[in-house]
Design a protein. Sequence first.
Length: 351
Amino acid sequence: MKTTTHAADLLHAGLTIPAHPLALHEDRTFDERRQRALTRYYLAAGAGGLAVGVHTTQFSIRHPDVALYEPVLRAASEVVTAEDAEGRVLMVAGVSGPLTQAVAEATTAASLGYDAILLAPNDTAAMSEDDLLARTRAVGDVLPVIGFYLQPAVGGRILGRDYWRRLADIDAVIGVKLAPFDRYRTIEAISGIEASGRARRIALYTGNDDSIVADLLTDFPSSDTSASRRFVGGLLGQWAVGTRSAVDLMGRIARARGGELQLYPELMRDAAALTDINSAVFDAANAFAGSIAGVNEVLYRQGLLAGSWCLEPHEVLSHGQSAALDRVLAAYPSLTDTEFVQENVDRWLDG
């Protein structure tokens, strides 16, 4: 396991982190062969980290009658350990639920060599903000924590400016993923983080899959007049597809920020294209009901998954979503990695 300092240094460097999906057989049992192939794809694409056990992996892996949390985390960890001898890939484990559950999951992640925890707010409706912060401290005693603003449509909750200030003041918190899919709430959360005494130590990651490029190019208001506040990277369900393109995008954004201003027009075109892709993949037309199935469907069409099946039988493509995917995959082949995946998928499946 990397040290806390090394994990924080990796996170602050600015990473492309896909949220890892779940591979299933048609009977909804775990397809470990394809799960490992997915991990190999992300590594081959150049991802700087992996987030496993998160919303895109399906929160239901934790249900007692499913019991896939440990096997899923273990599969990804073993592939990364075999292929990342220098420890350059940041392994992030999703943790959720009340304090006791969250600490148990974090302990499992630590035992499997994970470096940090993405602490989700799902299944915490009965908890106060004080309870959430106490949970963060308890999990932080196990591994460094990345806070998570998850949009309410997929299990999150609204959290105000003061909450984010107090969260950022916790020593174990090294980053925050902001994914409220709402500009007002994104800026409010950044304002709260900026008001904390540890703002410089918090790496901001966008999870706003509908505004990826805009987030990464924006200078946000800062309490430090000598420096602006920026998202340094992304931890995104959208980057579970088109990961190689996402790595290239991050490189072009860094170059544009470094002075290559001629890149801005093409980046803004890609910004609109990525939002269009995300509208189909995440099923924005139906309040994101088909978001996980949409990610899985793209990977199925590319040959990485055997189908778009989810653990919950009701989680399927929405009416019209398949046609929407047809359109965006045809319109933006360079942003969805189809050729790269199809050239390499047999090798990744063979291990």
